[in-house]
Design a binder for this molecule. Structure first.
Ligand SMILES: NC(=O)c1ccc[n+]([C@@H]2O[C@H](COP(=O)([O-])OP(=O)(O)OC[C@H]3O[C@@H](n4cnc5c(N)ncnc54)[C@H](O)[C@@H]3O)[C@@H](O)[C@H]2O)c1
Length: 249
């Protein structure tokens, strides 16, 4: 299994921070040529090609994908760039809702559209979409974010159906709460940061958050050329959040 990705080309959106950063590093460790699209390249892995791109900007996405893939081609696309937005259904201006959908959902669509001509030329083409446990588990104050991730899971299965006959395998990863700057920001904004941190740890039945490296390993599992049978699937790493309850019975 080692070096299965040697010489393959991987594009990761949101690869400068958190999960995307860990994914990019994991592919680099396995010998892949890695490009990242991120609106803020600060902290991006050193051994990758970075493109400062907002996934909400179609022209910039297209230019960056073409620039990266024209020389090296493309084997794996990891759609990962996303934003949080704590909100109940009545909260936040609808303009904000549209912006979050534009990044979290249409961002995946834009990058995939630009990448598909290159993926079609790969012998082991894979797309891995970053979902979230909020797609399937109702958490308070996450209506907007959950809606975007529910869309991603539905789209993952439908894209998988459209593309499987071309040999492009599409899957998703659904993490629980992952210890990344995404969560650190929410903790810092909370009225009682310490209590909020405890909530994020405790809401996984394991009692601790998922790590970005664990999510990266799941992405690599789905993307491996040797994995020819995962398709339309959602691989869950949520410490049991969506499946088990610790009630005495
Ligand atoms: N951290 C969690 O608890 C958690 C759980 C489940 C799913 N996720 C998902 O994982 C993905 C990554 O989250 P993370 O925790 O690593 O967050 P993060 O904030 O650490 O990293 C996200 C990266 O995406 C980039 N980004 C954001 N908007 C962008 C845009 N419009 N264009 C280009 N780049 C953009 C940011 O600059 C950043 O580098 C997101 O899709 C998120 O919804 C996170």
């Amino acid at each position: 299994m080692k070096n299965e990705f040697a010489g393959l080309t991987v594009l990761v959106t949101g690869g400068a921070s958190g999960i995307g950063h860990a994914v990019a590093e994991a592919f680099i460790e396995e010998g892949a040529i890695v490009g990242i699209l991120d609106k803020d390249l600060d902290g991006a892995p050193a051994r990758c090609r970075g493109y400062a791109v907002d996934v909400a900007d179609p022209a910039a996405v297209d230019a960056a994908v073409n620039s990266f893939c024209e020389s090296a081609g493309l084997d794996v696309l990891v759609n990962n760039a996303g934003v949080s937005y704590p909100a109940a259904v009545e909260q936040g201006p609808l303009e904000d809702w549209a912006k979050v959908f534009d990044v979290n959902v249409l961002g995946y669509v834009r990058v995939t559209r630009s990448a598909l001509p290159y993926l079609r030329r790969s012998k082991a083409a894979r797309i891995v979409n970053m979902s979230s446990c909020t797609a399937t588990t109702g958490l308070r104050n996450r209506v907007l974010y959950s809606g975007t991730k529910g869309a991603i899971e539905g789209m993952t299965r439908a894209m998988a159906a459209d593309l499987v006959s071309e040999g492009i395998l599409v899957n998703a990863v659904s993490p629980g709460t992952v210890d990344t700057p995404f969560i650190t920001r929410l903790v810092e904004q909370a009225p009682d940061p310490e209590a909020q941190l405890a909530v994020y740890n405790d809401r996984q039945p394991t009692g601790y958050m998922v790590t970005a490296d664990e999510v990266a390993h799941a992405v690599l599992f789905l993307a491996r050329p040797g994995n020819r049978s995962s398709v339309g699937s959602v691989l869950t790493l949520d410490g049991g959040l969506s499946t088990i309850k610790l009630f005495d019975s």
